[in-house]
Structure formats: C-alpha cells, structure tokens
Design a protein around this ligand. Structure first.
Ligand SMILES: [Zn+2]
Length: 368
C-alpha cells in the first residue's frame, strides 16, 4: 500500500513494523484513482463491496465477519429531519469493525501473525474478533476501568487482555513500550488500512441516499477514525463529480474532555493534549490528544462544520431519548445525538442530518 505522512508528506510503501512516520505523523493511504461507481461489487453487502475503490484488489478472498452495510433509519428528533446510521449493528457491536475488517485482512495478507493494540474497549473487542477470524494472535492493552462487558468480550474472543491501571493514556503508554520492543501495532489510530475501511461509511451512505450526500453528519469523536473516514470518503466522491459538496461534519465531544473542540474554537492547527476534569459517561471518547488531530481540524474547516461539546446531563438525556425511539446505543454514541439542538441552530431545521450511532448499548448500559 502506498502511503503518505499526514504531517511532512513523506511517501512510501507501508511497512507494518513502522507504524508512524519518523516526524511523528500518521500514515494515510494514497488514493490516486477517481472513485468509479462501476467498480462497486454488488455481490458483497459488506466493506468488500468497495475492494476496488479501496485499492485492495489483491485481497481476493477476504476473511469476513460482514462489517459494513449498516442500516440507515429515519427517526425524527424534535422538529429535525434526522436519520441514524446504526454503526453498532456490526459484528463486534461497534463502528470499529469497518476499519478492523480491512486492517486485519491486510496485515494477515502481509504475513503478520502477532499484533498489539490499546483500546478503551471497542477497538480491542473489534480486533479480538478479527484476530479470531483471521488467525492473528492479539494482545489488547485496555484501561482497568473499561466497561466489564467490553473487557469480557475481548477475552471471550480469545485475545490476550492486559489490564492497565490508571487513565486511558496509560494503556497507550504500555502498548508503545511493546511496539518499541518489536510488536506490530494494529492501531485504529495509526493504521492506514483501518482508515481506508472507515471510508466505506461515506460510500455506503452515498449509495443508501440514492447517490447523494447528506447536508450534515454528526459523529462522536475520540481518535476521529470515523469522522476522517467520512471526510476522505466524501472527498473522493466530490473529486469524481458524484456529489456537489461535502456534508458539514460536526464532531461531538464531552465537555469535560474536548481537545478537538478547544483547538477548533481557538483556530489552532494542532491539538493540545488536555487533562480531563473528570470521567465522562462517554468512555469511548476519552482521548486526550487524537493522533490525527491536525487532519480532524482540517476536516471540520473544509466541510464547514464545527466541534461541539455536550454536558454529562445532555449525554444521559440523549441516551434515554434514543432508547425511547428503540435505539439502544452506548453513551459515547449518545454524545452525538446530544449535540443535535446545537446542530439545528448552526445548520437550520430543514437540513438533512445523519447521526452515527457508533457502539451498542449492550456494551455499557446505564442504570435506569
Ligand atoms: Zn512525516
């Protein structure tokens, strides 16, 4: 896979043992081909429908669990025209599967047998599922305080769970030590094949909307993989003349841990690491400094979107309001729904809005 550094723009061939550029930047896949709708393979109702647009034609027989092609359901929110993209309807119960299905097949095709990953739970569970499917051995570094259901899920799939005491950032510190000692980092934050898999979100929406883009996409953001996938995916459609403009991208973050929103509102190009003032209900968004922060800010600016914060009370209320509509999503996903009143003010009540519900409510149910 041809890659380019998102910071210094160095290019090269992806080497799984060099997870980031020497400058500290993250690798992005180089996509030189125009998106061609004729290259979509309708035989697959999964991410592999877009094997050719992803440029992964060499993976002829992917080991699939069926990630992708999630439902898009219209559920009004107050007086807004909202639809919810049920990314939690995924093999391991979260949006991570879209990227992990591609990443695991890509690494397995490169002959990799052992991988490590750090995660607050969903990415670890996703990698554990795909490790089981593709025959990889995975060691997952997760905060000791992660949801018991997520930690149990990782172990049930047969991955090696390493519980790390302290905040989420300690799990990253621990995994980086293993990577320095020679492990392959199957990172949902850094791996370019993962990012490629997340772009299928945009292409799928475009197909589900009859060849159109929504006005607005609201996405809960931790590392920002889905937001970046949506941006890069819709950009490809724009370059190919298949849509007239990018959807406005809104990144939702909890008030007590919102590095992206702070940087966006300050007009900064880089994201500063922040110290959270408490533990949010949205545990999946507990990232103090996203790896691809610079690109996330570009995505928000270029699309005409913004970063929005939501309070813990708003996250809790949105969680129950979703459930009252039959949508059982985890609190991290409810953060996006909680931002809808702000989105209405910014985009107008007639905007066609799509909200990504990224993780299943079964993963970390709140007490009623
Ligand atoms: Zn670089």
């Amino acid at each position: 896979m041809q890659i380019i550094c998102d910071r210094c723009h160095q290019t090269g061939e992806f080497d799984p043992y060099i997870f980031r550029c020497a400058c500290g930047g993250a690798w992005e896949p180089v996509e030189s081909l125009l998106f061609d709708p004729a290259s979509i393979d309708p035989a697959y109702s999964s991410v592999w429908r877009y094997r050719d647009p992803m440029g992964l034609a060499e993976i002829r027989e992917p080991l699939s669990l069926g990630a992708g092609w999630t439902p898009l359901v219209d559920v009004p929110w107050g007086d807004m025209h909202t639809s919810f993209k049920l990314e939690y309807m995924a093999p391991s119960g979260s949006f991570k599967d879209r990227g992990t299905e591609v990443e695991a097949n890509f690494l397995a095709a490169m002959g990799i047998r052992d991988v490590v990953e750090d995660s607050s739970g969903n990415a670890g569970a996703s990698l554990a599922a795909y490790a089981a499917r593709t025959g990889l051995h995975a060691a997952i570094y997760a905060p000791d305080s992660a949801s018991p259901a997520k930690l149990a899920q990782i172990e049930v799939y047969g991955a090696e769970l390493r519980r790390i005491p302290g905040p989420r950032s300690e799990a990253t510190r621990a995994v980086l030590q293993a990577v320095e000692a020679g492990a392959v980092y199957a990172s949902h934050a850094y791996n370019p094949a993962y990012l490629l898999g997340q772009q299928t979100f945009a292409w799928e929406l475009w197909e589900q909307l009859g060849g159109d883009a929504p006005d607005v996409l609201v996405i809960p953001v931790g590392q920002g993989g889905l937001l970046l996938g949506a941006w890069l995916g819709f950009r490809r459609l724009l370059q190919a003349g298949l849509i007239a403009r990018l959807p406005r991208l809104y990144a939702a973050q909890p008030e007590i841990l919102a590095p992206i929103v702070h940087a966006f509102n300050a007009g900064a190009e880089e994201i500063e690491e922040i110290t959270p003032t408490g533990k949010s209900l949205a545990e999946g968004l507990a990232i103090v400094k996203p790896v691809r922060g610079r690109r996330i800010l570009q995505a928000l600016h270029e699309s005409g979107g913004a970063g929005l914060t939501v309070s813990e009370a708003q996250i809790g209320a949105a969680y129950y309001q979703l459930a009252e509509n039959g949508l059982f999503a985890e609190p991290s996903s409810a953060a996006a729904a909680a931002a809808l009143p702000q989105v209405r003010q910014l985009a107008g009540k007639n905007a066609k809005i799509i909200v990504a519900l990224t993780g299943s409510g079964l993963k970390s149910p709140l007490e009623n």
